[in-house]
Design a protein around this ligand. Structure first.
Ligand code: PEP
Length: 249
């Protein structure tokens, strides 16, 4: 059985004091929560938030990391530095990394492999642009991003991979994919995993949906057979809204 997994991506928001306030409120709100939870603050707040969520049911995640272990990479943050901060999960291939910072599938795959080699859990984001959906290419784009993102990943390591389907046109726009449309892509991607890793792995892999998830649409999305959680952006910035998504139903 797959467990629901609700993750909050705080993006480039919040000072350390603001992040601490949000983290403390979430620890209180989610202490009896039944699902798996994660918060991914900015790098600058990881230590502060890490100290607050340590020993609770909320995991600490990072929003990105470098493709190299260490070295002359000005402005980057390494896997060793994340582990030093007790980060357990890293979000890779977010559409803002792909489309604003031009990260391609090869670079994302290098990061995925490095993170897994170091024992981290990876949330690998995939998703199509509006023009790709309108051209009938949503499935192909998600398939390519999945296959290339997972190149070289063993079946054993796949157990530490979570996929997040995030149609780019739904991120931060207030537009949500209908539960049916999202579920159809999730089912398609699950088939891709079956082809690559077999039926057992396909039935176990958690696939989150992301794109304007809010308290009033979370339950309908989560009710779908292939939707196993959410990656939440805007609505993760307030404890009340994130908690009500996290405790849907
Ligand atoms: C995201 O950036 O991962 C995201 C899903 O954002 P939002 O919830 O704001 O659409």
């Amino acid at each position: 059985m797959r467990n629901y997994y609700i993750a909050g991506n705080w993006k480039m928001h919040k000072t350390r004091a603001e992040a601490a306030e949000l983290a403390k409120a979430l620890v209180a709100e989610l202490k009896d929560g039944k699902h798996k939870y994660l918060v991914a603050p900015s790098f600058t707040s990881l230590e502060t938030v890490g100290a607050i969520v340590k020993g609770t049911n909320i995991r600490l995640g990072a929003q990105n990391m470098a493709a190299e272990e260490q070295g002359a990479h000005t402005g980057e943050v390494s896997v060793l530095q994340l582990k030093d901060l007790e980060v357990r999960t890293v979000i890779l291939g977010h559409s803002e990394r792909r489309h604003i910072y031009k990260e391609d599938d090869a670079l994302i795959n290098k990061k995925v492999q490095l993170a897994l080699r170091h024992g981290l859990e990876v949330i690998l984001c995939i998703g199509e642009l509006l023009e790709e959906r309108e051209a009938g290419r949503a499935e192909t784009v998600c398939e390519t991003q999945t296959v290339k993102g997972l190149e070289g990943v063993s079946a054993a390591d796949l157990s530490r991979v979570v996929l997040a389907y995030e149609p780019v046109w739904a991120i931060g726009t207030g537009k949500t994919a209908t539960p049916e449309d999202a579920d159809a892509i999730h089912a398609y991607v699950r088939k891709v995993i079956e082809r690559l890793y077999g039926a057992g792995a396909a039935s176990q892999i958690v696939i989150q949906y992301g794109g304007s998830v809010k308290p009033d649409n979370a339950a309908q999305l989560m009710a779908k057979e292939n939707i196993d959680g959410a990656l939440v952006g805007g609505a993760a910035l307030k404890a009340g809204t994130f908690a009500s998504i996290a405790k849907f139903g």
